[in-house]
Design a protein around this ligand. Structure first.
Ligand code: PLP
Length: 364
C-alpha cells in the first residue's frame, strides 16, 4: 500500500511541512460565519490564500454561499470540486481565458469583475457563441486605486452597458477596500465607512438607471470588524482569516480568530548556544511583512534566507539538538500556502487528512 502519514503524530512528519490545525480552522470558519450572519450579510470567502477545495467546502458547509477566487484557474479548480457560486474578483482578459470563462459557465454559476466595456464585449461575444450568459460585477475603485471604475455615475454607465449586452447579465457591484486593511482601528473604521458609502452611492446611481443591484460585494479579513455592519453591503469576501497568521494578527488587527496554519521545520545546524538554523526559509514560509512566530517559549524566528531560517534562542528555550522539530505560525498565509503541494490537516496533534493545494500554480 502507498505510504500515507495519516494517523501519525505531527512530529513524525518530514520537514519542512505545512500544517493546519483542523479544530482551529473550523473554529475560525464558525466565527466568520457567525460574524456575517449576525450582520445580516452573506459570506463569500476568498480562496486565493488556501487554494483548497476541501477548505472551501468546509466554509460552504458552515454557511458560506459560495466562494471568491482571484484567478480563473482557481475558479476552474473550485468548480471541478463542485462549488457552484463563484466570483472571480478580478478582470479576465484575453481570448483564451475568456473562452475558458464562458465554458466554465456550464459547470458553475461563475461571475467576474469588469471595469471596462471591452471586458463586457469580449465576454458577451464568447458567451453568445456557445449559448450561455455570464454574470458580471462592476468593480468600483473605492480608494485602493487598483482596478475599478470611479464610484457613482461611471458605475451606472457600465452597469447599463452590461445590462444591454447580449451574453452578459449585470450581477451587481464589488469594491475592495484593500488600502484600509492595514490602517489603525480608529482610521480603519472611518475609511471602511467612507468606502462603503461610495458603494452605496454607486448602488443609488445604478438604481436611478432603472437597474436592480442584487449583490454588493466587499470586505476582507482585515476589515471584518467593520465592513459587514455597513449599510448596503450584501456579502463579505474575507477568506484568509480561516487560516490566520502573524500578518493578519499583527499588521491587519484581525481579532477573534486563532492561528491555524503552522510550518513544521527541523533544526539543521546549532553551532552556538543562542542560535540555531532550521530547514525552512523564504521558499517555505512568507516573512516579508512580518516574520513567522515559533510556538516554543523563548525561541524567536529572526531572519529567513531562501532555504534557512534563523532562530534566536533565549535563556528559557528548550535544549534544542540537531534534528529536533520546531513549529511556527506562518507569516502571511496567502504567500505561504502556494509554496507547498499539500497542507497536512492536524487534529489532536495527529494527521487527519492531506489537503491538496489544488489551485497551486493556477495563475492564469
Ligand atoms: C478582491 C479581494 N477581496 C478580498 C480580499 C481579502 O482577502 P483575505 O480575507 O483573504 O485577506 C482580497 C485580498 O487581497 C482581495 O484582493
Amino acid at each position: 500500500m502507498a505510504y500515507s502519514p495519516i494517523g501519525q503524530h505531527k512530529s513524525e512528519l518530514d520537514t519542512p511541512a505545512l500544517l493546519i490545525d483542523m479544530d482551529t480552522l473550523e473554529k475560525n470558519i464558525t466565527t466568520i460565519t457567525a460574524r456575517c450572519k449576525g450582520a445580516g450579510v452573506d459570506w463569500r470567502p476568498h480562496t486565493k490564500g488556501h487554494k483548497s477545495p476541501v477548505i472551501a467546502q468546509k466554509c460552504i458547509d458552515a454557511g458560506a454561499m459560495g466562494v471568491t477566487c482571484a484567478k480563473l484557474g482557481e475558479a476552474e479548480v473550485m468548480a471541478a470540486a463542485g462549488v457552484r457560486d463563484i466570483l472571480i474578483a478580478n478582470q479576465v482578459v484575453g481570448a483564451q481565458k475568456v473562452s475558458r470563462l464562458v465554458n466554465l459557465r456550464h459547470m458553475s454559476d461563475v461571475m467576474v469583475a469588469v471595469d471596462d466595456p471591452a471586458h463586457i464585449d469580449a465576454i458577451g461575444e464568447a458567451a453568445g457563441s456557445i449559448g450561455v450568459s455570464v454574470r458580471v460585477m462592476v468593480e468600483v475603485n473605492v480608494g485602493m486605486n487598483r482596478s475599478g471604475v470611479d464610484p457613482g455615475a461611471p458605475v451606472a454607465e457600465l452597469a447599463r452597458y452590461a445590462a444591454d449586452a447580449d451574453g452578459v447579465d449585470f450581477g451587481g457591484i464589488m469594491g475592495y477596500e484593500g488600502h484600509a486593511m492595514g490602517m489603525p482601528d480608529d482610521k480603519k473604521e472611518a475609511e471602511c465607512k467612507r468606502c462603503m458609502g461610495l458603494l452605496a452611492e454607486s448602488v443609488a446611481a445604478v438604481k436611478a438607471a432603472s437597474l436592480d443591484v442584487p449583490i454588493v460585494s466587499a470586505g476582507g479579513t482585515g476589515t471584518l470588524a467593520y465592513t459587514p455592519d455597513l449599510d448596503g453591503v450584501t456579502e463579505i469576501q474575507a477568506g484568509g482569516g480561516v487560516m490566520m497568521d502573524t500578518y493578519y494578527a499583527k499588521k491587519l488587527g484581525a481579532k477573534g480568530l486563532h492561528y491555524a496554519l503552522t510550518v513544521l521545520a527541523s533544526v539543521v545546524s546549532h553551532r552556538e548556544p543562542e542560535r540555531a538554523v532550521i530547514d525552512a526559509g523564504r521558499k517555505t514560509v512568507h516573512g516579508d511583512y512580518v516574520l513567522p512566530e515559533a510556538l516554543d517559549d523563548d525561541i524567536e524566528v529572526v531572519q529567513l534566507n531562501a532555504e534557512h531560517g534563523h532562530l534566536r534562542l533565549g535563556k528559557n528555550a528548550r535544549d534544542l539538538k540537531v534534528g529536533d522539530k520546531i513549529e511556527m505560525v506562518s507569516g502571511y498565509s496567502d504567500m505561504t500556502v502556494f509554496l507547498h503541494d499539500v497542507i497536512y490537516g492536524i487534529r489532536d496533534d495527529r494527521v487527519e487528512a492531506v489537503l491538496d493545494v489544488a489551485a497551486r500554480g493556477r495563475l492564469a
